[in-house]
Design a protein around this ligand. Sequence first.
Ligand code: SF4
Ligand code: SF4
Ligand code: SF4
Ligand code: SF4
Length: 574
Amino acid sequence: MTLNILFGFSAVVCLIGLIIRLSIWFSQGMSPPAAPAAPVGTRMTEALKAVVGSFFSAKIFLIIKSVFVDLLFQKRIFDKSVLRWIAHTLIFSGFILLLLMHALHSVVTEPLFKDYQSTLNPYLFLRNLFGLMVILGVVIAIFRRITLKPQRLKTYASDWTALIFLLVIILSGMLLEGSKMASQSTFQRMVEDVSLSDEEEVKALEAFWVQENGLAPTNFQTAPPAEIVAKGKEINGDYCMDCHASNKAAFASFTLAKISPIFFAVFGDALTVKLLWYLHILACLAFLAWLPFSKMFHILAAPVSLLIKGVTGDQIREPANILTRQMIGLSACTHCGSCSLECSSNMFFETFQNDFILPSEKVQYLKKIAAGKETDPAVLKQMQQGLYVCTSCDRCTTVCPSGINLKELFVSSRYTLLKEGMPETTMLSHFSFPLALAQNFVDDHLQALKKVTDIFIKSFQHLADTSSPITLGTSKGFGNTTFRGCFSCQRCTNICPVVRSYDDPVEALGMLPHQIMFSLGIGNTELAMGSQMIWSCSTCYLCQEHCPNQVELTDIFYSLKNSALKKVETGVHS
Ligand code: SF4
Ligand code: SF4
Ligand code: SF4
Ligand code: SF4
């Protein structure tokens, strides 16, 4: 009765959570200013049309391929890291198989296998095997986060909670099974169930169970005599074998049964079994209720996201579906950190120490922003910076194992925040950002670009004043003084794709890469800072890679941009 009430409560909370999540999928999103968000009804209809259209067209083959390659095999994780793939596969397959075979046995296993009994093989063995798979996977995941510490992988309490929940569920289940094996009370109940009343036979059966099935030797001071054990074996064959395989098949629980007497000494065996049963059941029910509100919701969202990716690639045309995909993507993130590892804006992250520069961290907060819950101007400003330094290189999207279209998400978020306040001056680079912009963003971008360009022109007006002489000074570094090695060979300028894209690069860019290095060499940082070249640089690193003197041009351009931004933002001009 109590169990039914608790289960009903957890199921209702879970259902409410799922409804909230689904409503978020169809009601929130980062829409560009030019395209206001479609109403919920339209979004649901468009999504349904897309799903039906995919099932009844040649796209069905893409769906089938995606189910096998992306969902079941998890190829995207495998391509990135075999260790992560092993951990993920162990947790995912172990947990799902346990859920279907054990937790949902009455609706899945029993109808499928008529002779199913949880105490018979192969079920006894498989339950332990699946449980051990989950434990192994969790241990690898913890080891990876604590010991291997992948670069820029942040770990939040929510990441630990998910892993701890899984461990508690599986370990409590195994301990429960082990304590039942060792418990005298459970043994006596079984004896009653099989209607065995002869005391000698009971004693013999007990001896056999102590010897072979993990029962605690409460009534035996020494090892039971061999002949009694042999007799017990016969009785076991007559009374128990049909519905109870050897406990040794449950290898993990059988091992844990050996430590059960420690708990029995404190709580008694019956109470220990009861407490572990409550712990296991409550952990399972709490997990069920918690699932839609946690990062574990990715169990449901990531497959949907991967299927969308498998069928559409990144080519969704219907604006309503783009928003829905954004929200599915945000809930599919597992916070694995793969995107941050590959991010091209790492240089900025090192400089600004702003977590929102990392794509994996942006995703966590964009959920709040999409919901309109994040209103703290300081946080929004940080996020804005994180979004504007993104070079739209798309590397994060390519590696994301959950198939999230991160580039689209970040570009859309940029313009959503743009509506809120002043555009970030870092967007001045008209090469890096528009490269990957979808067509419907171009007007917004040009408008904002003009605004920021005006700010810059005003701020560096004095450079256009030809009456003020350019003075030679002492060359200064910004923590990076490699420009001092430059001997003006011009290789950097010759290789630069931005320079090559102009008929008259000097007119368009102000100064060319080798000239910027030269101006730094003569100590005229202002001149270098006022050059359009540094803002047009697409940060491809070609010049830096090809400089014969290891001048770190691209890194220096970043530093110049940062210094220029600081000057504009603080209003300090030398
Ligand atoms: S966005 Fe993708 S790659 Fe990045 S942390 Fe989330 S799941 Fe991992
Ligand atoms: S698109 Fe932006 S966030 Fe993604 S990897 Fe490139 S720079 Fe980083
Ligand atoms: S390639 Fe290197 S040495 Fe040559 S001009 Fe450029 S920065 Fe100077
Ligand atoms: S990194 Fe160097 S080569 Fe690449 S665009 Fe910038 S200046 Fe040109």
